[in-house]
Ligand binder design. Sequence first.
Ligand code: DSN
Length: 420
Amino acid sequence: MDAHRRQLQRFDPDIANAITAEERRQQDGVEMIPSENYTYPEVLAALGSVLTNKYSEGYPGRRYYGGQEFTDRIENLARERACALFRAEHANVQPLSGSPMNQAVYFAFLNPGDTVLAMDLSHGGHLTHGAPVSHMGKVFKFVRYKSAPHQGGAIDFDALITVAKETRPKLVLCGYSSYPRDYDYGAFKKVADEVGALTMADISHIGGLVAADAMRNPFDSGFDVVTTTTHKSLRGPRGGLILCKKEHAKKIDPSVFPGLQGGPHMNNVASAAITFKKAAEPEFKQYARAILRNAKALAAALMAEGAKLITDGTDNHLLVIDTVASFDLDGRAAEEALDRIGITTNKQIIPDDPLPPLRPSGIRLGTPACTTRGMDEDDMRQLAKWMVQALRAPQDAAATERTHREVIAMCRSHPVPGIS
Ligand code: DSN
């Protein structure tokens, strides 16, 4: 234990012990929530640094407080590295997380009441893409498009252009948190061009996969704005990143500050810069490809064991099991059954789900975190077997206990980086 942890242990054992217990939970469980990951020790070091002490409202060279010679250097490095990684012309590295990141983009370009064309929540779209329960859903008018889950999740672009012509959106938004396919960004751009709309892609889930060129980059199809969080497949600190064409910088930057936020969290900005440097290394490309291979192996093994996946497979890092159709279990019961064997997933609504969000029809799984700890396709096949056993017999206490021990043994042979 390092000196700072010992000091914390002495001063506040309640919190210190909870952190230690969380370390053990992360070490001894298989993390399959697709938006979670284990960050780098270098990121943890920068997050816990004195940068947390500094106010830096404004942008490099144009700050409202003194003492910015080092924060300016850090933010410039973060911006340059982000642009190089994603082939972007401009980067704003200040959004505190994914929700303010997307809000800042909406307010940069839209007036209250303007129309946005976005993916339906139950088909994989995200809460911040105008779900009726979000504030954004009350400020702007979100019109929905859907996928065809029984045709592999294809998007019907003929229907999309018809809706676009009827509703004249100012922004065409694509992006998802539970859609297991890649997008044809060129087709979205064509729809947007037909109606004179701007294009935005929220690649939060797949940021690392796009950075590694393992999935398509929306800028290659001429998109205006791309947003991503930095803590999912990118493996960085919790935070948001807005990338855009140079011509949009004068709207994006003031929308983040002073429009929406105050001082940026410079310890996060430094950690994001470190993350972008890591993601530019050749090892990161291998890591991204391993995430995809693992997801395909997991999907194939689950389907071979009789699980019904929405879209019948995956092209990215995630997959969604219809647990009602597969095991006659709702998503909450399935999540709890897997928790009991040490595999963490999340309950998930499926396309046009007849069940409510807290007891939906499915669960969502992803491979970024277990790939970070070095698990491979054989491990995925083993995990699929254990998961299906647990979902078929959730009340079998002896089998649950036995499998949980085996899961812990698998985890201990794949230590989590950054936890000693
Ligand atoms: N909570 C994240 C996810 O799981 O997709 C994004 O909001």
